[in-house]
Design a protein around this ligand. Structure first.
Ligand code: PHE
Length: 348
């Protein structure tokens, strides 16, 4: 039995075969186990010696099984390692690399510039109720500004609230001032500074207007901010964004229901050989609306206009992106033409 079993152990080619050998020898019906069972048929004086020899055989087989198992295990591991080897020196497989859309890139750029001035990024819903989009901003239902804004009206909410696609990012001014945590922060003498980059919607479509476009709102509220801060902030922003240190800027008196006084800002530019140049020449391009937040708006948002004041502005992101990167047609932003995106897109 010994030589037979040991030969079988040595011949076992893998762990499965080895286990079969173990069961045949040491299992319940194995031949070594069978030897043990014959113990009872022996004369008492023979049992001790026979039993000892069978036990000896058993441990010998067990040791052989263990050794063979270790060998086979190591061989299996080595085979697996060899099969799964990764050649780290091979070049990587080429992967399709996307780019940032110029609008997203410009949002990141302006967030970085305003971020240095202490502004944080805020957002609000694209689908807005009539109150936040108009009434809170001092635009009552019969106000002509409602027609001016070419609003997309949506079906009213179940409770009768009229809904619109927001026509500007200004409703987020109201949403922010109404926020209890913001009011608490202001009561503790804090200063509110947010920018609100996002989508806006108006019924309009030609080379310079698309029904969906982008704005960035800015809002500063505290107890002391005045028109001089507005001017300094926007001058600094425009010079940083367009990367022209002496960029000419013009603050033009204007009107918005939610600011008083109001100003629109133009940047100096010129046309040369059919190309637009920013920072030189005798032409002006309007890029934003701004003003001191109207006391009615501050009151509508649950703050005391005798205590709090500040400024707001709204800028067309698509417009400033076109100017900065020389993109001639606004509509190309939304065509999703891969060739255009590869040309004007920014590597992430
Ligand atoms: N909401 C105005 C617009 O869409 C821009 C603006 C914002 C003007 C904030 C003044 C203050 O035209």
């Amino acid at each position: 039995i010994r030589s037979e079993v040991l030969a079988a152990v040595a011949a076992a080619g893998d762990l499965g075969a080895l286990d079969t050998v173990r069961v045949l020898a040491l299992g319940k019906k194995g031949n070594v186990t069978g030897l043990m069972k014959t113990l009872g048929t022996l004369a008492p004086e023979q049992r001790k010696e026979f039993g000892a020899r069978v036990n000896q055989l058993k441990s010998e087989i067990e040791a052989a099984l263990e050794a063979r198992k270790a060998t086979l295990g190591a061989a299996a591991l080595a085979a697996k390692l060899a099969a799964e080897k990764v050649d780290v020196s091979l070049p990587v497989r080429p992967e399709g690399q996307g780019t940032l859309h110029p609008i997203g890139q410009v949002m990141d750029e302006l967030a970085a510039i305003f971020g240095e001035m202490g502004f944080t990024w805020a957002e609000g819903p694209d689908i807005e109720d009539d109150w936040h989009n108009f009434s809170a901003l001092n635009i009552p239902p019969d106000h002509p500004a409602r027609q001016m804004q070419d609003t997309f009206y949506l079906p009213s909410r179940a409770d009768g609230t009229p809904m619109v696609l927001r026509t500007h990012t200004s409703p987020v001014q109201a949403r922010t001032m109404l926020n209890k945590a913001v009011q608490q922060m202001l009561a503790n003498d804090g200063s509110l500074r947010i920018i609100v980059p996002g989508r806006t919607f108006r019924i309009d479509s030609d080379a310079t207007h698309t029904p969906m476009f982008h704005q960035v709102e800015g809002l500063v509220i505290d107890r002391t901010t005045h028109m001089g801060h507005l001017k300094g902030c926007l001058v600094d922003f425009c010079r940083a964004f367009f990367e022209v240190d002496d960029l000419p800027l013009r603050f033009r008196p204007s009107y918005f229901p939610f600011t008083e006084p109001s100003a629109e800002v133009d940047i100096g530019c010129s046309w040369k050989d059919g190309e637009l140049r920013i920072g030189t020449g005798d032409s002006w391009l309007e890029i934003l609306g701004s003003g001191m937040v109207h006391p009615n708006v501050i009151a509508n948002c649950g703050l005391d206009p005798a205590v709090y004041q500040g400024f707001a502005f709204g800028m067309g992101i698509d417009r400033i992106a076109m100017l900065k990167y020389g993109i001639p047609d606004l509509r190309s932003f939304f065509d999703s033409d891969l060739r255009w995106l590869r040309h004007y897109g920014f590597s992430a």
